[in-house]
Write a protein that binds this ligand. Sequence first.
Ligand code: NAP
Length: 299
Amino acid sequence: MQNFASDSLKKKKFIVFGGGFSGQYFANEIKKLGCEVLTSSRQIKNNTSSFVFDSISKALPPEYIFEGTTHILSCIPPDKSGKDPVLSRLHKKLKSLNLEWAGYLSTTGVYGNTFGEWVTETDTAKPLQDRSKRRLQCERSWLDSSLPIQIFRLPGIYGPGRSTFESIFKKNIKVIHKPNQVFSRIHVADIANAIIYLLLKINNKNFKQIINIADNYPTSQVEVIEYSYKLLGSKMPKPINFDDAKKLLSPIALSFWEENRRVSNALLCKDLGYKLIHKNYKSGLESCLETINLNNITL
Ligand SMILES: NC(=O)c1ccc[n+]([C@@H]2O[C@H](COP(=O)([O-])OP(=O)(O)OC[C@H]3O[C@@H](n4cnc5c(N)ncnc54)[C@H](OP(=O)(O)O)[C@@H]3O)[C@@H](O)[C@H]2O)c1
């Protein structure tokens, strides 16, 4: 975590809806700055910093968890009908809190297919997949919520415990070559760090409502997988051509290959001055590898 003058966040209380991969990482980081943080999950967890929230069930979180809340971050994807799980159940409650800030983790899927071109926040969202149409609907609900909302559009998220290494170890990695196809990505540490950076920088002049958080280097899956094998001291299996691989992919996996875009981080990194921890997948993967005990792993 970069060193910020973090006093302005001390003693703030955050609720993170959806304490999954990114939500829990963010919670751990913001806690280090002296903030109180509660995270939600759909199952009871045995700790005092989490509570149960499941938009499908009728039960709402207990009242006391909201006391003193100044900030919220929602990391929960849209429900099947395109409604936002947090807003559909808790909008009225959240409005009553006089929040200082509300964050929402969205996806760069809302941009649709740019045929490999760079895409920025000022480009019109043209979602291709139904799930991305639902996502755009949720973004709009947050924008219309009259909460002090800031939306973060994210490409493929990876980090410790969720990277190409895990797929290699589980032997379910598919090395697929599709000419000119790239993916953008972001290390989970940069999601948390960038949000915290922006929280500390917020003032009316430079507040941006929609921000991409992506690294500098969109590239092919093959390049990333090849580097992962290299770091493991092993050789990557021969890539399969996309046309042959199609029948091996699930419909959801296949849908990711129907879109090809380079997500620009110029607003975040140039205009707003954020410095990425992991500028590209190489640095990100090297740090993931440091967290892995390779002793019991056979390739
Ligand atoms: N993964 C990616 O590559 C990627 C890329 C771009 C954007 N995103 C989006 O960014 C956000 C964070 O991603 P992530 O990968 O960190 O998420 P994640 O690990 O899948 O966590 C999602 C969280 O949402 C909770 N949740 C799901 N449905 C819920 C419901 N109906 N009611 C209440 N809680 C519910 C889950 O609860 P449990 O803890 O009980 O499971 C979990 O805590 C998500 O909206 C995701 O769609 C993800």
